[in-house]
Design a protein around this ligand. Structure first.
Ligand SMILES: *[C@@H]1O[C@H](CO)[C@@H](O)[C@H](O)[C@H]1NC(C)=O
Ligand SMILES: *[C@@H]1O[C@H](CO)[C@@H](O)[C@H](O)[C@H]1NC(C)=O
Ligand SMILES: *[C@@H]1O[C@H](CO)[C@@H](O)[C@H](O)[C@H]1NC(C)=O
Ligand SMILES: *[C@@H]1O[C@H](CO)[C@@H](O)[C@H](O)[C@H]1NC(C)=O
Length: 967
């Protein structure tokens, strides 16, 4: 009888909420027989060292931050925001300037240091070595020499390509193997290939693509043979190609863990490119990942291997990027929406973008790779970072989320038809998470509602007083039966969100947050009394004792409210701004960051670390203005230091320590006053190669009459720089021809391929004949020029000179697209053509055989100044003339400007410097900025970005700096 009553009750519940019951099912734990203990995974989550983990990871590109001394700074910021992992691509081309050299040693080519830093800080690494990476890098990371056609179309099982990647991947496996978690390191997952969604010729019918499958098999077999024993994962580029999941396919080439990449707001600031692809017609549209993962990878954790952190900015994109399309509001709703989709692993792409310095970008993207990321290109943290921290610190303590079923979703959960909720439940503990948002996710309405929840203590309509609010685009996570750290104390429900929990032993501090002005309600199981402990009594604070425990009601204000509960829990209630100032540094290097191994600090711009030694707490962090600091630490702490200096503190009535960090002597104004004026420059002619008499005898002969490339040129010899060993930046071509009395050219036709936004200029016998300024929609430029005004040398040598500014190689199947001249034709006035007698070419000094490995293969092109080292410190310009870039010059010519300036930045301060270049609006120019030899800024005719941050370490903060500017 009882049994039937129960069933009827359940059915009633289902009827009122239109809930689909979770099918009781036991899920297999996958382990490959290799490493169950270290890193297993199932339908719910990854299991690392026996603990379930919600993987919260963010991507950074080390080669875009080419100062290894800064990597710790960035990883500390990542850790401080509550992340437990980082995503790291390798870039083959960065390490392999030619087919013989592999550099994992010099400067920023040595990535091994990052694993040590990650280990010390307690961050897992999701490692993604390619061989192909995309990454908005030139050639998608493929080295230029690989893309000539000589190695086939690439990313397949062609033996020529195979031999090439075996060499590179084998070396990578060798140096990264000691850093696998199975060997005590931080690497938990190894990605095979990248966005290689080509397993099926037809994903619905599962018609296999045999060459792709053979390639994936080779990659995995090799890596296993190289003793890479962590799970292999894949990242499918979209929801329809469904490649490489063991739950979906059975071809033998599937990876251990399926991952999906998704960018709801587009991956580029140029929405025209991506909106039609991802199908979001409106900003702030959310997507259904749950159905996808249930279809493709139901026995695996739902892993968003790349989830939008921002967007890259194309050359013609808005100055500063398009951050407003994915701002802190975006972060608030979309990060929580992923929870609603039962996602248990996320890698934010990018968490820090960095700089597209030198020629390392693929054609579309400009010099900045800020990516509107939470951590900016200049390393400053953003509002978006702080909003993400509210999420990250919560997920760190929401341990029950690492094993949840999605129970139901819909507007029936709420009392407002505009508001929906998704219910997720941990089958072991019964803890639930209700993710609420507007049913129409882009809605900017202010909506009040109450939520129907289930708890161990019964069902409630919460809040019991007042209502929940969603003000415009936003989302709130309401928890039930939430365990407080490792204690048996529980929050039956909380109407406001939990920010974080710190278990200090004698008490557990629970930080709650909501937007200012909203009110909060929390039911603490088993508690019987409470008192407001802060002097901010919060007039609207009240307590009600019920049969289930104590209900606290309060109003969120600018000033924090502290409430002591009789069960030893201390509530700290903060608004959003105050929440942004909360840090929960960990006392151990465990990525799991247990609540009983953290302290809380309120106030500073950044808290990087905390360590306890006896009764002393050492904090490290950043601040500038006078900053009140409040610290929650174990009660036996008597002394606090901040960055090594003693911080005087007083104990508050409720046990926290309160101190004051004084305003720093150094301010933006004092720094600005110290900056050199850049008022004195030297100048030299930057384009002697256009002259007829220029001696090109030591340039490379461009004389190939056949090419391995798949797209043959219109005219011969083959003028593809790639196959002559030049792969970056400016390329210089000289075509020699003879003229007779009877036959002289009257026009020329040129078709030159340099990538989107590339450009070229042509000169005959030193006379400028025409230019292609470049466009973001055309990778090939075309010119038909008249040569009527040109003086020819009858019976002697004449020269067509072309300077071409390339913008990198395309990604994926576009990588073998050549860079060079597709068609160079001279025509006489009767329409007949004239032949060239020979062609010469030059590019970066040394070509693929670098003369300077540290700045690496993509820093320089073939500009006169670059080949002669004018951009480098130490070049003697004493016989150059004085001249200012601001005075400039007229005509189709080039100049190189140099100046040397001293900096003496105050020590102990993290000063962010950059350059701003102001171009006359009508000037159609290409300019490159060099800082101590590194190319760190570039302007082309379609640029909108004129501001270029430069990392310390590129700039010498305590000495001389050589600044070069090519125009
Ligand atoms: C590099 O390429 C050259 C020219 O194609 C070839 O002779 C040489 O064997 C290659 N080296 C390796 C290690 O593949
Ligand atoms: C099959 O795989 C090859 C790579 O080996 C790829 O070039 C091709 O585009 C794939 N076909 C489809 C239909 O995805
Ligand atoms: C979510 O809601 C949709 C629409 O009501 C429904 O079709 C779907 O089954 C629900 N999914 C879950 C897991 O509850
Ligand atoms: C700290 O928390 C962890 C995880 O819940 C637990 O295993 C450990 O026993 C706790 N340590 C102390 C000293 O309470």
């Amino acid at each position: 009888m009882k049994f039937f009553t129960l069933v009827i009750y359940l059915l009633l519940q289902l009827a009122t909420r239109s809930i689909r019951p979770a099918i009781a099912q036991s899920w297999p734990v996958h382990d490959n027989g290799l490493n169950k203990v270290v890193s297993g995974r199932d339908h719910y989550s990854l299991i690392v060292n026996g603990e379930r983990v919600f993987v919260w990871s963010g991507e950074l590109h080390l080669w875009r931050i080419p100062v290894p001394e800064l990597w710790q700074d960035i990883l500390e910021k990542i850790k401080a925001a509550g992340f437990n992992g980082i995503g790291l691509y390798e870039l083959w081309g960065w390490h392999a300037p030619n087919n013989e050299t592999l550099d994992f040693e010099t400067g920023a080519h040595d990535f091994a240091t990052i694993f040590d830093i990650a280990k010390v800080l307690g961050l897992y690494v999701v490692y993604r070595p390619g061989p192909h990476s995309n990454a908005e890098a030139t050639g998608g990371g493929f080295p230029g020499w690989l893309t000539t056609g000589e190695y086939g179309p690439l990313r397949d099982d062609d033996p020529r390509y195979t031999a090439a990647w075996e060499r590179y991947s084998g070396a990578v496996a060798e140096y990264v193997r000691p850093h696998l978690i199975t060997n005590g390191g931080p690497v938990i997952l190894w990605q095979i290939e990248n966005e290689y969604g080509v397993q099926w010729l037809d994903p619905d019918a599962k018609v296999p693509n045999e060459t792709a499958i053979a390639y994936m098999e080779q990659l995995q077999n090799h890596h296993r043979a190289w003793e890479i024993d962590v799970p292999f994962m894949g990242n499918n580029p979209n929801m329809w190609t469904r490649s490489w999941s063991k739950d979906y396919g059975n071809t033998g080439a599937e990876v251990d863990l399926y991952g999906l990449d998704h960018y709801p707001a587009c991956w580029t600031c140029n929405l025209e490119i991506c909106l039609p692809v991802n199908g979001a017609v409106e900003p702030y549209t959310v997507f259904d990942y749950y159905t996808h993962f249930q279809q493709v990878s139901p026995t695996q954790p739902s892993f968003l291997m790349e989830f939008q952190g921002g967007s890259y900015n194309p050359w013609d994109g808005p100055a500063g990027g398009c951050g407003e399309l994915m701002d802190s509001i975006w972060v608030n709703m979309f990060y929580r929406h992923n929870l609603a989709e039962k996602v248990s692993a996320v890698n934010i792409y990018m968490l820090m973008g960095g700089t597209n310095w030198g020629n390392l970008g693929f054609p579309e993207v400009g010099t900045s790779y800020d990516y509107s990321s939470p951590i900016h290109e200049n390393r400053l943290i953003s509002e978006k970072y702080n909003e993400g921290k509210l999420f990250g610190l919560f997920m760190r303590v929401a341990r029950d989320f690492a094993k949840v079923e999605r129970i139901g979703n819909g507007t029936a959960y709420t009392t407002n038809a505009e508001v929906m909720a998704t219910e997720l439940r941990n089958p072991d503990t019964g803890a639930r998470f209700y993710i609420t948002r507007h049913d129409y996710s882009p809605s900017t309405e202010k909506s009040q509602f109450r939520l129907r929840i289930s708890t161990e203590s019964g069902n409630f309509l919460v809040p019991q007083q007042g209502s929940l609010t969603l003000d415009s685009i936003s989302s709130k996570t309401i928890v039930t039966d939430f365990r407080i750290g490792a204690t048996n104390k529980k929050i039956a429900y909380s109407k406001v969100e939990i920010l974080t929990v710190s278990d200090l032993g004698e008490r557990q501090v629970v930080v709650l947050w909501a937007p200012r002005g909203e009110d909060g309600e929390i039911l603490l199981r088993g508690a019987t009394s409470a008192k407001v402990a802060s002097d901010n009594a919060g007039a609207e604070t009240s307590f009600t004792v019920t049969e289930h425990g104590l209900i606290a009601n309060f109003k969120i204000q600018e000033r924090n409210i502290v409430i002591d509960i009789d069960n030893g829990v201390q509530l700290v209630v903060v608004d959003r701004d105050s929440g942004y100032q909360i840090w929960a540094p960990t006392l151990t290097a465990d990525p799991q960051a247990w609540e009983n191994k953290t302290v809380l600090v309120h106030g500073p711009y950044l808290v990087r670390s905390a360590a306890i030694d006896g009764d002393s707490l050492a904090l490290r962090g950043d601040w500038s203005n006078e900053t009140a600091v409040e610290i929650w630490a174990p009660s036996d702490i008597r002394e606090v230091t901040f960055n090594g200096d003693k911080l005087a503190t007083e104990r508050s009535a409720y046990g926290s320590l309160i101190g004051l960090l004084p305003a720093t002597q150094v301010t933006v104004d004092t720094i600005a006053a110290q900056l050199p004026s850049l008022g004195s420059w030297k100048v030299a002619n930057g384009l002697p190669e256009s002259a007829l008499e220029y001696d090109d005898s030591r340039w490379t002969d461009a004389n190939h009459m056949t090419t391995p490339n798949f797209s043959p040129p219109d005219t011969y010899p083959v003028l593809y720089a790639d196959e002559y060993g030049y792969q970056a930046g400016n390329l210089l071509w000289r075509g020699h021809f003879n003229v007779t009395e009877d036959k002289r050219p009257s026009s020329a036709y040129l078709r030159v391929i340099g990538g989107l936004a590339s450009g070229f200029s042509a000169y005959v016998n030193g006379h400028f004949v025409g230019t292609w300024l470049g466009s973001i929609s055309n990778k090939t430029g075309e010119l038909k020029v008249s040569l009527e005004d040109v003086q020819f040398n009858v019976g002697a040598d004449n020269v067509l000179f072309i300077i071409q500014d390339t913008t990198g190689k395309d990604q994926r199947e576009g990588a073998p697209d050549p860079r060079g001249i597709l068609n160079a034709s001279l025509f006489a006035s009767d329409g007949s053509s004239l032949n060239f007698t020979s062609w010469k070419l030059t590019g970066n000094a040394g070509g693929n055989h670098l003369i300077e490995p540290v700045r690496g293969t993509w820093n320089e092109g073939g500009l006169h100044a670059e080949r002669l080292g004018w951009h480098l410190p130490g070049f003697d310009d004493s016989d150059w003339e004085d001249g200012l870039p601001s005075e400039g010059f007229k005509g189709a010519d080039a100049r190189f400007y140099r100046t040397v300036v001293s900096l003496d930045m105050p020590r102990g301060f993290d000063v962010h410097l950059g350059f701003e270049l102001n171009r006359l609006p009508h000037a159609k120019l290409r300019a490159q900025l060099y800082v101590n030899g590194y190319m760190f800024g570039k302007i082309i005719p379609i640029s909108n970005e004129f501001s270029f941050p430069v990392f310390p370490g590129i700039l010498n903060y305590h000495g001389e700096n050589t600044i070069g500017l090519s125009i």
